[in-house]
Ligand binder design. Sequence first.
Ligand SMILES: [Zn+2]
Length: 316
Amino acid sequence: MTRGYVGRFAPTPSGPLHLGSLLTAVASWLDAKSRRGRWLLRVDDLDTPRVDREAEPAILATLEAHGLAWDGSVHRQSDHVERYREAVDRLGARCFACDCTRRELRGLARYPGTCRARQLTREGNALRARGEIAAPGFMDRVQGRVDMGGRIVGDFIVQRRDGFASYPLAVVMDDLAMGVNNVVRGADLLDNTAEQLLLMGWLGIEPPNYAHLPVILEASGVKLSKHNRATAIDNRCAPVNLAAVLSLLGFDAPIDHVETMLAWAVGAWDIARLPRAASYAGFVAIGDGFVPSRAEYPVTSGQATARIARTGLRTP
Ligand SMILES: [Zn+2]
Protein backbone atom coordinates (compact mmCIF):
# COMPACT_ATOMS: atom_id res chain seq x y z
CA MET A 1 0.00 0.00 0.00
CA THR A 2 1.37 3.42 -0.87
CA ARG A 3 0.88 6.03 1.78
CA GLY A 4 0.55 8.95 -0.57
CA TYR A 5 1.81 12.44 0.04
CA VAL A 6 1.52 13.77 3.59
CA GLY A 7 2.68 17.33 4.16
CA ARG A 8 2.30 19.74 7.05
CA PHE A 9 2.50 23.32 8.19
CA ALA A 10 3.90 23.83 11.68
CA PRO A 11 3.69 27.42 12.93
CA THR A 12 4.95 28.49 16.34
CA PRO A 13 2.14 30.27 18.21
CA SER A 14 4.29 33.19 19.30
CA GLY A 15 2.42 35.73 17.21
CA PRO A 16 0.19 36.10 14.15
CA LEU A 17 1.33 34.98 10.70
CA HIS A 18 3.32 37.45 8.60
CA LEU A 19 3.95 37.33 4.87
CA GLY A 20 6.92 34.97 5.28
CA SER A 21 4.96 32.37 7.22
CA LEU A 22 2.01 32.75 4.84
CA LEU A 23 4.38 32.00 1.95
CA THR A 24 5.45 28.77 3.64
CA ALA A 25 1.83 27.83 4.34
CA VAL A 26 0.74 28.48 0.75
CA ALA A 27 3.70 26.66 -0.81
CA SER A 28 3.30 23.59 1.39
CA TRP A 29 -0.47 23.55 0.83
CA LEU A 30 -0.08 23.83 -2.97
CA ASP A 31 2.60 21.15 -3.02
CA ALA A 32 0.36 18.76 -1.07
CA LYS A 33 -2.81 19.51 -3.00
CA SER A 34 -1.12 19.30 -6.43
CA ARG A 35 -0.05 15.78 -5.42
CA ARG A 36 -3.56 14.94 -4.11
CA GLY A 37 -1.97 14.69 -0.69
CA ARG A 38 -2.97 15.50 2.85
CA TRP A 39 -1.92 18.76 4.48
CA LEU A 40 -1.74 18.59 8.26
CA LEU A 41 -1.55 21.46 10.70
CA ARG A 42 0.64 21.27 13.78
CA VAL A 43 1.03 24.01 16.33
CA ASP A 44 4.61 23.94 17.57
CA ASP A 45 3.85 25.16 21.09
CA LEU A 46 6.66 23.58 23.11
CA ASP A 47 8.60 26.79 23.58
CA THR A 48 6.27 27.85 26.37
CA PRO A 49 7.88 31.21 27.23
CA ARG A 50 7.25 32.34 23.64
CA VAL A 51 3.70 30.97 23.33
CA ASP A 52 1.07 33.66 23.07
CA ARG A 53 -2.42 32.36 23.89
CA GLU A 54 -4.02 34.61 21.33
CA ALA A 55 -1.73 33.53 18.53
CA GLU A 56 -3.17 30.12 17.73
CA PRO A 57 -6.74 31.28 17.02
CA ALA A 58 -5.30 34.17 14.99
CA ILE A 59 -3.15 31.79 12.93
CA LEU A 60 -6.10 29.46 12.28
CA ALA A 61 -8.28 32.42 11.26
CA THR A 62 -5.61 33.62 8.81
CA LEU A 63 -5.28 30.18 7.23
CA GLU A 64 -9.08 29.98 6.87
CA ALA A 65 -9.31 33.48 5.40
CA HIS A 66 -6.76 32.49 2.77
CA GLY A 67 -8.57 29.28 1.84
CA LEU A 68 -5.88 27.01 3.33
CA ALA A 69 -7.98 24.17 4.74
CA TRP A 70 -6.09 21.55 6.72
CA ASP A 71 -6.90 17.85 6.87
CA GLY A 72 -8.02 16.37 10.18
CA SER A 73 -7.80 18.11 13.51
CA VAL A 74 -5.09 20.50 14.72
CA HIS A 75 -2.07 18.73 16.24
CA ARG A 76 -0.28 20.33 19.18
CA GLN A 77 3.20 19.45 20.36
CA SER A 78 2.21 20.03 23.98
CA ASP A 79 -0.13 17.01 23.72
CA HIS A 80 2.75 14.65 22.98
CA VAL A 81 5.47 15.25 25.54
CA GLU A 82 5.67 11.50 26.32
CA ARG A 83 6.59 10.91 22.67
CA TYR A 84 9.73 13.00 23.12
CA ARG A 85 10.69 11.40 26.44
CA GLU A 86 10.55 7.96 24.79
CA ALA A 87 12.81 9.20 22.02
CA VAL A 88 15.32 10.52 24.56
CA ASP A 89 15.25 7.11 26.27
CA ARG A 90 15.93 5.40 22.94
CA LEU A 91 18.92 7.69 22.37
CA GLY A 92 20.34 6.32 25.64
CA ALA A 93 24.07 6.76 25.98
CA ARG A 94 24.22 9.14 23.03
CA CYS A 95 22.93 11.76 25.47
CA PHE A 96 24.67 13.40 28.39
CA ALA A 97 23.56 15.99 30.93
CA CYS A 98 24.90 19.52 30.55
CA ASP A 99 24.67 22.49 32.89
CA CYS A 100 26.50 25.01 30.71
CA THR A 101 24.78 28.35 30.56
CA ARG A 102 24.13 30.31 27.42
CA ARG A 103 26.56 32.90 28.70
CA GLU A 104 29.34 30.31 29.10
CA LEU A 105 28.87 29.16 25.52
CA ARG A 106 28.54 32.62 24.00
CA GLY A 107 30.77 33.25 21.03
CA LEU A 108 31.60 29.57 20.45
CA ALA A 109 30.87 28.16 17.01
CA ARG A 110 30.19 24.72 18.49
CA TYR A 111 29.63 23.20 21.89
CA PRO A 112 33.13 22.31 23.13
CA GLY A 113 32.17 19.05 24.85
CA THR A 114 32.57 20.52 28.33
CA CYS A 115 30.12 18.17 30.11
CA ARG A 116 30.60 15.01 28.03
CA ALA A 117 32.54 13.15 30.73
CA ARG A 118 31.16 14.89 33.81
CA GLN A 119 28.36 12.39 34.54
CA LEU A 120 26.03 15.10 35.79
CA THR A 121 22.60 14.13 37.02
CA ARG A 122 19.88 14.45 34.39
CA GLU A 123 17.50 16.11 36.85
CA GLY A 124 17.42 19.86 36.34
CA ASN A 125 19.95 19.79 33.52
CA ALA A 126 19.69 19.92 29.77
CA LEU A 127 20.46 16.79 27.77
CA ARG A 128 22.73 16.96 24.76
CA ALA A 129 23.27 14.33 22.09
CA ARG A 130 26.87 13.70 21.07
CA GLY A 131 27.35 15.27 17.67
CA GLU A 132 29.29 13.69 14.86
CA ILE A 133 30.10 14.24 11.22
CA ALA A 134 26.94 14.94 9.25
CA ALA A 135 25.67 12.65 6.53
CA PRO A 136 27.04 13.63 3.10
CA GLY A 137 23.95 15.64 2.27
CA PHE A 138 20.56 15.32 0.69
CA MET A 139 18.62 16.28 -2.41
CA ASP A 140 16.38 19.26 -1.75
CA ARG A 141 13.48 19.81 -4.15
CA VAL A 142 14.12 23.57 -4.23
CA GLN A 143 17.75 24.08 -3.28
CA GLY A 144 19.07 21.08 -5.23
CA ARG A 145 21.94 19.08 -3.76
CA VAL A 146 22.60 20.27 -0.21
CA ASP A 147 26.15 19.24 0.64
CA MET A 148 26.92 18.68 4.32
CA GLY A 149 29.89 16.40 3.77
CA GLY A 150 32.54 16.71 6.43
CA ARG A 151 30.54 19.15 8.52
CA ILE A 152 30.87 18.37 12.19
CA VAL A 153 27.61 18.78 14.07
CA GLY A 154 28.34 19.88 17.62
CA ASP A 155 26.72 18.20 20.63
CA PHE A 156 23.18 19.56 20.47
CA ILE A 157 20.38 19.83 22.98
CA VAL A 158 17.63 17.21 22.73
CA GLN A 159 15.92 18.03 26.02
CA ARG A 160 16.02 21.42 27.60
CA ARG A 161 16.69 22.16 31.24
CA ASP A 162 12.93 22.66 31.75
CA GLY A 163 12.28 19.10 30.54
CA PHE A 164 10.79 20.05 27.16
CA ALA A 165 12.10 18.53 23.97
CA SER A 166 14.35 20.61 21.75
CA TYR A 167 13.12 21.73 18.35
CA PRO A 168 14.97 19.13 16.21
CA LEU A 169 13.91 16.19 18.40
CA ALA A 170 10.27 17.31 18.56
CA VAL A 171 10.06 17.88 14.81
CA VAL A 172 11.55 14.49 13.98
CA MET A 173 9.22 12.63 16.36
CA ASP A 174 6.11 14.58 15.35
CA ASP A 175 6.67 14.16 11.63
CA LEU A 176 7.16 10.43 12.19
CA ALA A 177 4.01 10.08 14.30
CA MET A 178 1.95 12.10 11.82
CA GLY A 179 3.22 10.12 8.82
CA VAL A 180 4.68 13.25 7.22
CA ASN A 181 6.79 12.32 4.22
CA ASN A 182 7.17 15.75 2.61
CA VAL A 183 8.48 18.81 4.43
CA VAL A 184 8.20 22.23 2.78
CA ARG A 185 9.65 24.96 5.00
CA GLY A 186 11.91 28.00 5.09
CA ALA A 187 15.58 27.79 4.16
CA ASP A 188 16.41 29.30 7.57
CA LEU A 189 15.89 25.75 8.87
CA LEU A 190 18.47 24.22 6.50
CA ASP A 191 21.14 24.36 9.20
CA ASN A 192 18.94 22.53 11.66
CA THR A 193 18.34 19.78 9.10
CA ALA A 194 21.80 18.33 9.84
CA GLU A 195 20.78 17.70 13.46
CA GLN A 196 17.44 16.28 12.40
CA LEU A 197 19.09 13.89 9.93
CA LEU A 198 21.50 12.69 12.62
CA LEU A 199 18.59 12.01 14.98
CA MET A 200 16.70 10.14 12.26
CA GLY A 201 19.76 8.03 11.53
CA TRP A 202 20.22 7.11 15.21
CA LEU A 203 16.52 6.33 15.67
CA GLY A 204 16.19 4.38 12.42
CA ILE A 205 13.73 6.84 10.88
CA GLU A 206 13.50 7.35 7.14
CA PRO A 207 13.91 11.06 6.31
CA PRO A 208 11.09 12.87 4.49
CA ASN A 209 11.54 14.64 1.16
CA TYR A 210 12.64 18.20 1.77
CA ALA A 211 11.89 21.46 0.00
CA HIS A 212 13.48 24.53 1.60
CA LEU A 213 11.92 27.77 0.42
CA PRO A 214 13.73 31.10 0.17
CA VAL A 215 12.82 33.24 3.18
CA ILE A 216 11.61 36.82 2.88
CA LEU A 217 14.00 39.44 4.15
CA GLU A 218 13.21 42.96 5.11
CA ALA A 219 14.91 45.74 3.20
CA SER A 220 17.49 45.78 6.00
CA GLY A 221 18.42 42.16 5.22
CA VAL A 222 16.85 40.69 8.35
CA LYS A 223 14.47 37.75 8.01
CA LEU A 224 10.84 38.64 8.49
CA SER A 225 9.88 37.18 11.83
CA LYS A 226 7.72 37.65 14.85
CA HIS A 227 10.85 38.72 16.72
CA ASN A 228 11.23 41.86 14.67
CA ARG A 229 7.49 42.43 14.73
CA ALA A 230 6.88 41.74 11.06
CA THR A 231 3.52 43.16 10.07
CA ALA A 232 0.75 40.67 10.80
CA ILE A 233 -1.25 39.46 7.82
CA ASP A 234 -4.46 41.42 7.39
CA ASN A 235 -7.15 38.87 6.59
CA ARG A 236 -9.30 41.54 4.91
CA CYS A 237 -6.70 41.72 2.11
CA ALA A 238 -6.55 37.95 1.55
CA PRO A 239 -6.60 38.07 -2.29
CA VAL A 240 -3.79 40.67 -2.36
CA ASN A 241 -1.74 38.73 0.18
CA LEU A 242 -2.24 35.58 -1.85
CA ALA A 243 -1.25 37.33 -5.08
CA ALA A 244 1.90 38.68 -3.45
CA VAL A 245 2.86 35.25 -2.13
CA LEU A 246 2.07 33.49 -5.41
CA SER A 247 4.13 36.07 -7.23
CA LEU A 248 7.11 35.22 -5.04
CA LEU A 249 6.49 31.56 -5.78
CA GLY A 250 6.72 32.31 -9.50
CA PHE A 251 3.05 32.58 -10.42
CA ASP A 252 1.28 35.65 -11.71
CA ALA A 253 -2.12 34.67 -10.38
CA PRO A 254 -5.25 36.42 -11.56
CA ILE A 255 -6.71 38.16 -8.50
CA ASP A 256 -10.07 36.73 -7.61
CA HIS A 257 -11.69 35.01 -4.65
CA VAL A 258 -9.07 33.05 -2.71
CA GLU A 259 -10.63 29.66 -3.54
CA THR A 260 -10.49 30.46 -7.28
CA MET A 261 -6.89 31.67 -7.00
CA LEU A 262 -5.82 28.57 -5.09
CA ALA A 263 -7.57 26.21 -7.51
CA TRP A 264 -5.74 27.96 -10.35
CA ALA A 265 -2.44 27.75 -8.52
CA VAL A 266 -2.84 24.03 -7.73
CA GLY A 267 -3.12 23.42 -11.47
CA ALA A 268 -0.11 25.61 -12.25
CA TRP A 269 2.09 24.53 -9.31
CA ASP A 270 5.64 23.54 -10.16
CA ILE A 271 8.11 23.67 -7.30
CA ALA A 272 10.96 23.75 -9.82
CA ARG A 273 9.96 27.34 -10.68
CA LEU A 274 10.97 28.59 -7.26
CA PRO A 275 14.24 30.52 -7.08
CA ARG A 276 17.06 28.28 -5.87
CA ALA A 277 18.19 30.71 -3.23
CA ALA A 278 18.12 31.00 0.52
CA SER A 279 16.26 34.29 0.53
CA TYR A 280 14.21 36.87 -1.27
CA ALA A 281 15.70 40.23 -0.58
CA GLY A 282 14.61 43.81 -0.79
CA PHE A 283 11.10 43.88 0.54
CA VAL A 284 9.47 46.83 2.15
CA ALA A 285 6.30 47.31 4.12
CA ILE A 286 3.56 49.03 2.19
CA GLY A 287 0.22 49.73 3.78
CA ASP A 288 -1.22 46.72 5.53
CA GLY A 289 1.30 44.14 4.46
CA PHE A 290 4.65 43.34 2.99
CA VAL A 291 4.62 43.27 -0.77
CA PRO A 292 7.39 42.75 -3.27
CA SER A 293 9.04 46.02 -4.14
CA ARG A 294 11.53 44.83 -6.71
CA ALA A 295 10.89 45.20 -10.39
CA GLU A 296 11.55 41.55 -11.19
CA TYR A 297 8.54 40.45 -9.20
CA PRO A 298 5.35 41.08 -11.11
CA VAL A 299 3.09 42.17 -8.31
CA THR A 300 3.50 45.49 -6.59
CA SER A 301 0.85 46.81 -4.27
CA GLY A 302 -0.28 49.21 -6.97
CA GLN A 303 -0.64 46.49 -9.58
CA ALA A 304 -2.41 44.20 -7.14
CA THR A 305 -4.83 46.93 -6.15
CA ALA A 306 -5.46 47.82 -9.80
CA ARG A 307 -6.14 44.19 -10.61
CA ILE A 308 -8.49 43.87 -7.65
CA ALA A 309 -10.35 46.92 -8.90
CA ARG A 310 -10.69 45.31 -12.35
CA THR A 311 -12.10 42.10 -10.88
CA GLY A 312 -14.65 44.04 -8.87
CA LEU A 313 -13.52 42.71 -5.48
CA ARG A 314 -13.43 45.12 -2.63
CA THR A 315 -10.03 46.64 -2.04
CA PRO A 316 -8.86 46.86 1.53
ZN1 LIG B 1 27.85 21.52 29.22
